[in-house]
Design a protein around this ligand. Sequence first.
Ligand SMILES: Cc1cc2nc3c(=O)[nH]c(=O)nc-3n(C[C@H](O)[C@H](O)[C@H](O)COP(=O)(O)O)c2cc1C
Length: 322
Amino acid sequence: MSKVVVISGHPNLEQSYTNSVILERLSASLDSVDIRRLDRLYPDYQIDVEAEQQALIDADVVVLQFPFYWYSVPALLKKWIDDVFSFNFAYGPEGDKLKGKSLFLSFTVGGPEESYDPLGYNHFTIEQMLRPLEQTAYLAGMEYRKPVYTHRMVYIPDVYNKLEEVQGRAFEHAERLISDIIATSASAERRIRRFVADWFGQFDKLPEDGSYFTKHLSPHVTWVMPEGHFTGHEGFRQWYQSVRKTFEPDCQHNVEQLDIKETEAGYEVRLRIQLIANTFIDSAMKGRQIDMRVNETWQIGMSDEGEIVIYDYRVDSLKDPK
Ligand SMILES: Cc1cc2nc3c(=O)[nH]c(=O)nc-3n(C[C@H](O)[C@H](O)[C@H](O)COP(=O)(O)O)c2cc1C
């Protein structure tokens, strides 16, 4: 089971009827969960950025748990995002610390479902309201999961709803979230997505020691590149050394598309990658700046422990560098 961190953005859980129920259920049902109550940790809104970043680094799945306030997150959670998703952590040249982690938005909504409609009094759908948060996940390289939310969660005695109804809905909400988290973290797809993020993270750095790559390559791997065909670990090393002589380290591989299909032998992974890189002046690329896209197709196998091995790696449709 993956490690889950839940960031509770309710500004005062002592007065919550529903978020508090959801958090209790998560704590009781998930084995490996770190629930961070921002209202208790930071009543003065002074976020300990280092501690929060460490909690995110330690997790595979990040859940933002909050009541929907003015069509967004409460101010305390917004402050947390502003402070914690910082330069070179969540974005920027070294800002890859959240890459590949799953992000769930889990929240309670006061208004009924029919109000979040072009003809309703809230005019927009919930998904439309969530766009800035969705894009935040994309910019940080996170995997944005289908949000989990529940309507009619406001309880004002004798005015809105009955306590047992909102709490029953909170209970069901927690069960839905838990099953989505379990499905995400256990699935082969999730492992592959995580692996793809790590793999290109390493290719961004181009370390001298290429053992990370060979660890994930079959000893008989077929490596088919526009510049030639290579076989096995020795073939890979040869190709890798030529790449290191051409491209400067700290380049950028952006995964623009990722499709995973189960095959008889394992999985086929199809990718569209954008590569942005500087090249060495004494290389064949003569110091040119590269911004190009390639299509990749991998054939991979996965052990019972989830270890991934690539046995066929093809790169094609290389467009001319700009
Ligand atoms: C400041 C504030 C803003 C709110 N804004 C919205 C809103 O934009 N849309 C909505 O449907 N409900 C809104 N609500 C209702 C809350 O979403 C609802 O009370 C909350 O989800 C209940 O969670 P709790 O029981 O854990 O406090 C708002 C409530 C407050 C206090």
